[in-house]
Design a protein around this ligand. Structure first.
Ligand code: ZN
Length: 96
């Protein structure tokens, strides 16, 4: 079941608070695990599972576009997910 964008946004924000203690080691492990799913098609549901990690990666200076090209492609083509990602990113940057 797909959630409405606003519901996904809220869910992402709540999870964002809990994941704010991701350290760089865990982030690297997560990046490697996520990058190995490259062959799989990324849809909105799959992206919703990893989006806070993508935000963390971007904030830590990782090049999301080269590390996670399949995710970058989905963000390029899906306005809903791009809006959501940019909202999370902007909020996370405000908190820093
Ligand atoms: Zn999407």
């Amino acid at each position: 079941m797909l959630l409405l964008p606003v519901e996904r946004k809220r869910a992402g924000l709540e999870r964002m608070g809990k994941s704010s203690e991701i350290d760089s080691k865990r982030l690297n492990e997560w990046l490697q695990a996520t990058a190995t799913t490259e062959d799989q098609e990324v849809d909105c549901d799959a992206l919703s599972d990893v989006i806070e990690g993508v935000v963390e990666a971007a904030l830590s200076g990782a090049d999301v576009r080269s590390l996670l090209p399949h995710i970058a492609v989905h963000l390029d083509h899906c306005p809903d997910c791009r809006d959501w990602y940019e909202t999370l990113l902007a909020l996370a940057e405000e908190e820093q």
